[in-house]
Write a protein that binds this ligand. Structure first.
Ligand code: 13P
Ligand code: SF4
Length: 304
């Protein structure tokens, strides 16, 4: 039974001094046993503060890498070895090195959904909740924003004073939603507010009542006086909100909003990782940690 596995996980993690971090796209039964649940930015800050020697990440590969970069002395295990984010693999470090040589006047901003190798050649990271603030705080006017052109276009729209260059990357899950789906959802639920993640295409964002990261969407819905919401991000967010706010109604904007990578992790994966019988331990050489940490620490500093 689910509750038996959960009890065993809770017992073992206490006994072995293991911290379990879960991204908010994880299923309810996973978030229930996690020490901390949050968006990418919150997870990276938590990882830095946490004192346990071992951390299990229920999320995708770049999130576990971020924990390792920020806490290199820790043993960091990705609960499901195959859980990756396709967006993270879209750009090679060699491209950024070439771009920098040709365009030394640009600051290169990497979305946190990138590999550790890419972070070693970028100047600063951002997450969806910190992207506007961090790009505003970068002294340079010229910014190359990668890889997500939708998030980047949203940042550029909010910061007209900056010259932001974009590439053709992005999240295949969020980018698949189209504006007619917003119209259809609104027609079905005319009193609902539309809350969307900035990884969606600009024509979807234009129709939203609120745009924000996963945590910002959840906070907005919890605090709002409205009773119905159309949720334009991964389907788990609508599910978590339905548990958290039983007096409100939540509708997924599209059936396409299901990230198969985020859904790979199961409770037995977490249990096996705790027992040392599963998961993927993140290994990284010192040079990568040192260079990539500059990029992530710059994000934490500029985001304060
Ligand atoms: P957040 O930064 O909002 O947590 O989003 C992570 C992610 O993978 C979005 O698709
Ligand atoms: Fe990557 Fe998109 Fe899945 Fe987020 S929802 S982990 S960006 S594929």
């Amino acid at each position: 039974m689910i509750s038996d596995i959960q009890s065993e996980i809770l017992r073992l993690k206490k006994e072995k001094k293991v911290t379990i971090l879960a991204h908010s796209y994880q299923a309810e039964e996973i978030t229930e046993i996690a020490d901390f649940v949050g968006d990418s930015f919150q997870l990276s800050v938590m990882a830095q503060k946490d004192e346990n020697p071992v951390c299990i990440m229920c999320g995708v590969h770049f999130m576990a890498e971020t924990v390792k970069i920020l806490s290199p002395h820790k043993k960091v295990i990705l609960a499901h070895p195959q859980a990756g984010c396709p967006m993270a693999e879209q750009i090679e470090p060699e491209f950024v090195e070439y771009f920098k040589k040709q365009n030394p006047e640009y600051t290169v901003v990497a979305y946190i959904n990138t590999t550790a190798a890419l972070k070693t050649v970028c100047d600063v990271c951002v997450t969806s909740s910190s992207a506007i603030k961090i790009c505003r705080n970068i002294p340079n006017k010229n910014i190359l924003f990668l890889p997500d052109c939708n998030l980047g276009a949203w940042v550029a729209k909010n910061l007209p004073e900056k010259n932001i260059k974009l590439l053709q990357g992005g999240c295949p899950i969020h980018a698949a939603v189209n504006p007619s789906e917003v119209d259809e959802a609104k027609a079905l639920h005319p009193n609902a507010l539309v809350l969307v993640h900035p990884e969606c295409v600009p024509s979807v964002l234009e129709k939203a009542d609120f745009i924000g990261s996963t945590s910002e969407i959840m906070d907005f819905a919890k605090k709002s006086n409205a009773k119905e919401f159309i949720i334009g991000t991964e389907i788990s967010i609508a599910e978590h909100l339905a548990y958290a706010c039983p007096d409100k109604r939540f509708y997924a904007l599209s059936k396409k909003l299901l990230c198969p990578n985020m859904k790979l992790t199961s409770l037995p994966d977490v249990l096996n990782a705790l027992k040392g019988e599963g998961g993927l331990e993140i290994e990284m050489d010192e040079q990568t940690i040192q260079k990539a940490s500059k990029c992530i620490n710059a994000m934490i500093e500029l985001g304060k």
